[in-house]
Write a new protein. Structure first.
Length: 673
């Protein structure tokens, strides 16, 4: 209405401006003549008065005529505006949908029907048009946004820019298929750089004849070349065990959908030939700087190798890593070269540090204590003070027994066991932080210590590496093939200075106890080097009788473990799930023992035990005999670990909710096989 009044004022001021001036001039002239006539004579004055009256009548007529024109103009303008508004609402190239409070479609304009091909029928819901559209509308409503928001949504084979006005319950759709396709073509044709590594090529080929090596090389090269050709990738062999790949992102995504089956093909064939060769790959994309992509691809390959190999890591710049494969136990390396190199590198770091602080994961187990004592001994061999961070208030019974024995028989070692608060008070910029039996800072006994000293970090672990990892550690020794971290550190001890005091009885016993617990008394994840390490520890005084005494289970723990096992529920044919009460907490060690016990039952290939932890979170302990990769399962729930030994902790969830989430993940995993 304001626009109409404005236009009317413009019309009166411009169209009839001359008419108004003429009429006003005429009135002024007639009045002047009338006054002159009165002055000069009565007759002429009457005649002039008559002329004035006639002029006034003419003036009124002209104004009435002017009003009629203005009214007609206004009416015509309003009609055109109304028609234009109605036509644009119905025919403008913008899809419009009205919905009610139940998200039922009330009305759509013809353009919406034309573009989507969806004719609204009785009781049609937004979900019938597009579940994604319903999700977007629901999310928008939950945010209580009065101004709406925009999102690109695909309906059928077309893309639309969708805007929702919550207050009016109106959805606007503008087709952007052409622009989305251009964007997709751009994204699908961005550069990808990949690295391919033959995990155990050196170990396998060192005892093969030249002819057999050539045959193996030809097979692997042909399989990778055929796979790369199908994916329109450029593949170049740059070393005996190393390939380089340049590809397009769209083709990489296609390979992701098929799960990189080339890994399974090569592994299965070479296993049949008694030369079990596995591959690892790392891919990076997301920026146009090829040097950055190359560096990131190498990091992703290192991540795959750190997790045990036989898998692919794909990660866009700024995105989370995606993992494929990893379905086999990593093969044991037959050479000690790396152990010697790591041991020597650690010596140099110790010489350049004023002290060492070693710590494991929270709620430490026997492997954490054993490996921590091993690092302390290596530090002593290099004349570097070392402290071990342990929370004495949250120890399981077996670890508590070991700490008590250390206190009685080795007071000097007991003095070097300190709390988290004490470690925060003594740490300096030149302190070497050694993480044992874990590589995630968030699960360390004292995560705050990394805020004070994050430049000198060493990671020694036998679990597969996860995405969370210290930034730029000075030394990394992750070997998923190893039975335990104690095994890795035992090998390192053998390459330390011989003129220093060797490992003592308590330290050797603790390290052997760590190996014993992690291998379930040498029944799982053992190789020749595991027994070599155990043999060395026995030779320097490890006491197996003392280990049995330390590892004795108390009656209450036995009862709680069996109580958890009583709740067993089978998922599929070979996976067992047990769970505790909502209002009762369980020691993580008891939960782990229950998971181990379940594997001894006939038909159980994998076990999962869920319980409330002392810290208030819900914990899941997962175990398997090797056929099922429980690490992948736990990673989907925010945890990690080893192929046959993994766990996770979930905040803000009940035991029942964690169980439902676990069952859903297990079901999806079975269905996607």
């Amino acid at each position: 209405m304001k626009n109409i009044k404005s236009n009317l004022r413009y019309f009166l001021s411009r169209v009839d401006h001359s008419t108004q001036l003429t009429a006003a001039s005429l009135v002024v002239m007639l009045i002047s003549i009338f006054i002159v006539g009165i002055i000069h004579g009565h007759v002429s004055g009457y005649i002039q008065g008559l002329l004035v009256v006639i002029s006034l009548i003419l003036f009124v007529y002209l104004f009435l005529l002017l009003g009629e024109k203005a009214g007609k103009y206004t009416t015509d303008l309003q009609y055109r505006i109304d028609r234009g508004t109605d036509n644009s609402f119905v025919e403008y190239p913008l899809g419009i949908l009205l919905y009610d409070a139940d998200r039922q479609v009330q009305w759509v304009n013809p353009y919406f029907v034309e573009k989507t091909g969806l004719e609204p029928i009785y009781s049609m819901n937004i979900a019938d048009i597009s579940p994604e559209l319903l999700s977007f509308v629901t999310t928008d409503e939950e945010e209580d946004s009065e101004h709406g928001s925009s999102k690109t949504i695909k309906i059928g084979h077309k893309y639309y820019l969708v805007q929702v006005q919550r207050e009016l319950r109106v959805i606007y759709l503008f087709e952007i298929t052409q622009y989305s396709e251009m964007e997709n073509r751009y994204e699908n044709n961005r550069s990808v750089i990949g690295q391919v590594y033959l995990d155990n090529y050196a170990e396998i080929t060192q005892s093969m004849s030249d002819r057999d090596i050539s045959n193996l090389d030809n097979y692997v090269t042909n399989e990778l070349t055929n796979w790369a050709t199908r994916g329109k990738m450029f593949l170049k062999r740059i070393d005996d065990d190393h390939f380089f790949i340049v590809a397009y992102s769209g083709k990489l995504f296609d390979s992701e959908e098929h799960g990189f089956k080339v890994l399974d093909t090569i592994r299965e064939y070479t296993s049949q030939q008694n030369v079990p060769l596995t591959l690892s790959m790392g891919f990076s994309y997301g920026v146009d700087d090829l040097s950055v992509l190359s560096d990131e691809a190498q990091k992703n390959l290192n991540l795959a190798l750190g997790r045990g190999g036989d898998q692919v890591v794909v990660r866009g710049i700024g995105e989370k890593a995606r993992f494929y494969g990893g379905n086999t136990d990593p093969m044991e390396k037959r050479t000690r070269v790396r152990a010697r190199m790591i041991s020597e590198a650690l010596q140099e770091l110790l010489k350049d540090s004023d002290q060492v602080i070693v710590m494991g994961h929270n709620h430490p187990d026997m492997d954490v204590i054993g490996s921590s004592l091993g690092i302390r001994r290596i530090a002593a061999m290099n004349n570097t003070p070392c402290k071990i961070v342990v929370d004495r208030k949250s120890l399981h019974t077996d670890v508590a027994r070991l700490i008590d024995i250390i206190k009685k028989e080795d007071p000097e070692a007991d003095k070097d066991i300190i709390s988290s608060d004490e470690s925060n008070n003594i740490v300096t910029k030149n302190t070497l932080i050694v993480m044992v039996d874990h590589s995630k800072q968030s699960i360390s006994i004292n995560p705050k210590i990394f805020d004070q000293s994050s430049e000198k970090i060493v990671v020694i672990d036998h679990h597969r590496r996860g995405e969370e990892f210290p930034e730029n550690p000075m030394l990394i020794y992750i070997e998923p093939y190893a039975s335990s971290t104690s095994e890795l550190i035992t090998e390192m001890l053998e390459y330390q200075p011989k003129n220093k005091k060797s490992i003592d009885k308590i330290e050797a016993t603790a390290m052997l106890a760590g190996i014993t617990v992690d291998t379930k008394s040498f029944s799982l994840r053992t190789g020749t080097r595991t027994f070599d390490a155990a043999s060395y520890l026995r030779s320097v005084g490890a006491d197996e009788t003392l280990i049995q005494e330390i590892l004795k289970e108390n009656i209450n723990s036995f009862i709680e473990r069996n109580h958890l096992i009583e709740t067993i529920t089978m998922v599929g044919d070979n996976m067992a799930v047990c769970f505790g009460e909502e209002d009762k907490t369980y020691d993580p060690v008891i939960v782990a023992q229950a998971a181990d016990t379940l594997l001894s039952l006939n038909g159980v290939e994998a076990s999962y035990v869920i319980s409330k932890r002392p810290d208030g979170r819900v914990g899941i302990s997962a175990r398997s005999l090797g056929k099922i990769n429980v690490q992948v399962i736990m990673e989907k729930m925010g945890g990690g670990g080893h192929l046959s030994d993994a766990a996770t902790q979930i905040s803000d969830a009940t035991v029942a909710e964690a169980k439902d989430q676990l069952v859903e993940v297990l079901t999806d995993t079975m269905n996607n096989k």
